[in-house]
Design a protein around this ligand. Sequence first.
Ligand SMILES: Cc1cc2nc3c(=O)[nH]c(=O)nc-3n(C[C@H](O)[C@H](O)[C@H](O)COP(=O)(O)OP(=O)(O)OC[C@H]3O[C@@H](n4cnc5c(N)ncnc54)[C@H](O)[C@@H]3O)c2cc1C
Length: 386
Amino acid sequence: MTARPDRVVVVGGGLAGHTAAVTLRSNGFQGRLTLITQESAEPYDRPPLSKELLSGTTGRPTLSPGLHGLNVQLRTQTVAVGLAPGEILTTAGKIPFDAAVLAPGLTARQLPSGPGAPQARVLRTLDDALALRAELTADRSVLIVGAGLIGAEVATAAAAAGCQVTVVSPEFGPALPVVPDSVLDQIRGWYDECGIELMTGVRALETTSAGVLLSDSSVRPADLVLAAVGGSPATSWLDGSRVDLDAGGFITADQYLRTSLPGVYAAGDAVTWRSSRYGCDLHLEHWHHAAESAQVAARNILGATESYDPLPYFWSHQLGHSLHYLGRHDRTDTAETRTDTRSGVSVTWTRDGRPTAVLAIDAPHLVRRARSAIDTSHRAENSVVQ
Ligand SMILES: Cc1cc2nc3c(=O)[nH]c(=O)nc-3n(C[C@H](O)[C@H](O)[C@H](O)COP(=O)(O)OP(=O)(O)OC[C@H]3O[C@@H](n4cnc5c(N)ncnc54)[C@H](O)[C@@H]3O)c2cc1C
């Protein structure tokens, strides 16, 4: 895009949409800026929903800086239903644009439910979290499907609220390709310490009027069922538009976060972009990615040619411990685990002697320390390959 746009529309009132709007203004964009969100409130932060908000130590988690004073036309309860060149079609009419940022995020996956079964709860929005918090009362039996980050975090809050908690998952681990058994055993032990029953190797098939039907044909009764089984990109409204989606429904973008339609960029959980660092198409569902991709998309709209090339990073607080992960490893990388009573536990993965990723338990400083070595190592690897 060569000329600076006069009208920018951002679709999605999550972290990526919010950050895109703030970045446009902080980089001098003075034109008309519209942010469309189907939610009823202005953008808020999601990580506290499964942590502080559920445990009652925070209320509505805000994003800072807020949109107040930025002259953003915030269209709440407005759903984007289609996109044509130069205009977004919404439930409140057409909104013309010169440039757009698509940041619709994910929709939480549901469990199938049989006849007469109450719907399993999910956790993606503030409303989901407020409803769930009210339901986590002492002595209720709570069955959580999925032992990933959100499943483990909700289990933590439910156990602390006095619920009888069971977590069911076919696999076990912190959403990473392979983690050494010794570390998985350590994490498993946290469930015991919190009084949470962990059932692995079994799949939840559907909610029934009696509870949850498992793949071993047993039915597990529960007062409350939470499906923490990931999400799908909220992009069906782009079907038939000139914005390309991949087989999983993610918006495809190049290294500058440009979609297939000129002037239209994408950011956040719903984008798959071309990573120069890894030489492949990548998508991430983490906080830092949502914020940083939105910043790059916004600056590129204003004339920059910035390649989006982050080191993947996420954190989680669960079962009384913290996890921090930086980089990207695969099954063939060599893992080395270090345990130090003072500095914590870490796993470092290497390939051909160069670090690819680090996982640190209760030791965020180890991730900070490893950053520059992982960053340099990937850049070096790519320059050899090309
Ligand atoms: C409970 C929870 C805990 C998390 N904890 C962590 C953590 O500890 N660490 C970490 O790194 N990451 C965490 N994450 C992930 C992180 O919060 C997400 O990566 C980030 O919120 C993604 O931002 P986004 O703007 O791309 O998408 P979203 O936050 O999903 O926002 C998308 C917005 O677009 C709206 N929208 C969708 N379709 C339309 C449409 N057609 N029209 C109008 N509006 C639409 C949605 O309603 C939503 O408001 C957590 C996520 C959740 C849900």
